[in-house]
Design a protein around this ligand. Structure first.
Ligand code: NAD
Length: 476
């Protein structure tokens, strides 16, 4: 087969999976609560019974990633989401009563919203939390009564293969199936006429996905990344901020969509901030961070090189680079550093860092920070450390971001009752909890007319009384 033939074969097998899922959906377009719960239970069982193989697979893909990181960042949140949906599904599936326009409600008309399944949902997932980001959204997608085709990342081959096998033994292909492959397969996948497509990944690839799905007018949920700013207020508890920052920048090697990226520090607090970061890293890794088994590696050598190149470029153009450790970083183990006041033209000032480097910028007043945030792409999260209510209100009302967290980092993603998602360059649509159920459902407006046929007066022939009544309605 030449490359063209392979691509045709691929497309037709993807299409036949979709056709089978669509046919099954048409046969059972509104799965019962029991069936949806059973699907969620099967996913829960699959994660629990494969936990050790999942930990081992992620370890192999990352070269080094501790079992605790995989338990707390992949397995636990996935199970939490699945269980939360399972326990709320009955309530969410109930129709939502809405009011009917006066006086129709009084004469027996009824309005409601029914959340109905969309059908087949495509799910393209990234490598950084390879289990969580592939399986967690399934809580909402399956809960909403849909079927799923998953395309996990090619950069975590062990984990993606394991998920494919485990899913195959727990689900019929028409309920949930996995397609493996790299960017070429992903590109074909995103051209399929799904009923909804969820893409979690980078903003640049999201642009391609949006183009591929445009001709089929597929509703999209895009969960993307970006440069999340952190504002350290003069009122901040610097110790708390530094501890949280060091934790977030070293968790998963800083390879997190919600990771703090650019830290704005008052000029007068810069030296104290640097010392607090050094002390906090030592507290987290009391031995040698260069050999500590808890410290996660960068996913590929190419990404590790990218981080080193970013640092070198910033240093050459005059930024102060402060290594927060005494050891040398090597291979895929990149150690945390602060890169202070890099030129705005540098890659570290422009691109999502996605690693354990902190871009730090000094500031004098909050307005200049807010203006800077608003001039850049809209972030997935804005973080604030401090206690000044006016400053919190200013960031809340005058910046646009997926979420805002005060005195912590990334904590909003754990709140099941808050929508999780980005805005603009950091994404569109959101999921988690009831918001996720609604995102992957079609909110159908259902209106049941009164037996009195109240609109008959609006059909000709109109009498004088109706004409006068209508004229009276057209007023300020
Ligand atoms: P990526 O965009 O490179 O890849 C994501 C997925 O897209 C992979 O499965 C890949 O195979 C697929 N893909 C590649 N080319 C494609 C194409 N042409 N058409 C369709 N799909 C294609 O992202 P990544 O490197 O895996 O993940 C890191 C990025 O994801 C970061 O930017 C991070 O911020 C973001 N992210 C966002 C969230 C969130 O929930 N908002 C979560 C995790 C990661």
């Amino acid at each position: 087969m030449n490359t063209n033939d392979t691509s045709i074969a691929q497309t037709s097998s993807l299409q036949s999976l979709l056709t089978a899922q669509r046919a099954a959906h048409i046969k059972d377009p509104y799965p019962s609560l029991e069936l949806r719960t059973d699907r969620i239970n099967r996913l829960i069982d699959m994660v629990v019974s494969n936990q050790q193989s999942m930990i081992d697979a992620v370890m192999a893909d990352f070269e080094n990633r501790s079992a605790m990181t995989t338990r707390t960042s992949d397995l636990m949140p996935t199970l939490d989401n699945l269980k939360y949906v399972r326990s709320n599904l009955k309530k969410w599936m109930k129709p939502e009563k809405r009011s009917s326009k006066f006086p129709l409600g009084l004469i027996g008309a009824k309005s409601k919203v029914e959340y109905v399944p969309m059908g087949v949902v495509g799910n393209i997932s990234p490598w950084n939390f390879p289990i969580n980001l592939a399986l967690s959204p399934m809580a909402d997608i399956l809960g909403a009564g849909n079927r799923i085709m998953l395309k996990p990342s090619e950069l975590t081959p062990e984990t993606s293969n394991l998920m494919a096998k485990a899913i195959e033994s727990s689900f019929d292909k028409t309920e949930l199936t996995v397609v493996l492959g790299g960017p070429e397969v992903a590109a074909e996948f995103s051209k399929l006429k799904f009923d909804h497509l969820l893409f979690t990944g980078s903003t640049n690839v999201a642009r391609l996905v949006a183009q591929s799905s445009a001709s089929n007018l597929i509703p999209l949920t895009l969960e993307l990344g970006g440069k999340n700013p952190v504002v350290i207020s003069p009122s901040a508890n610097l110790q708390l901020a530094a501890e949280k920052l060091m934790w977030a920048k070293t968790l998963n090697g800083g390879q997190i969509c919600l990771c703090p990226d650019t830290i704005f520090v008052p000029e007068s607090m810069m030296q104290a901030f640097i010392s607090a970061c050094k002390a906090s890293l030592k507290k987290l890794y009391p031995g040698d961070v260069a050999t500590d088994p808890e410290y996660t590696h960068i996913i590929t050598q190419r990404h590790a090189d990218r981080l080193r190149e970013m640092t070198a470029e910033a240093k050459e153009s005059g930024a102060q680079v402060i290594a927060l450790h005494e050891s040398d970083s090597s291979g895929r183990r990149v150690l945390p550093s602060l890169v202070i006041n890099a030129d705005s033209s540098c890659r570290i000032s422009q691109e999502e860092v996605f690693g354990p480097l902190l871009a730090v910028e000094s500031y004098q007043n909050l307005q200049e920070v807010v203006t800077g945030i608003n001039e850049k792409a809209r972030p997935l999260a804005v973080y604030y450390f401090g206690t000044d209510k006016q400053e919190i209100d200013k960031l809340t009302h005058e910046t646009v971001s997926g979420g805002l967290v005060v005195n912590d980092l990334m904590a909003h993603i754990l709140q099941e009752d808050l929508p999780f998602g980005g805005v603009g360059d950091s994404g569109m649509g959101s999921y988690h909890g009831f918001d996720g159920f609604k995102n992957f459902s079609h909110a159908k407006a259902v209106y049941n007319q009164s037996k009195l046929d109240p609109f008959k007066i609006l059909r000709p022939p109109y009498g004088k009384m109706v004409e006068d009544g209508v004229a009276r309605q057209i007023k300020r």
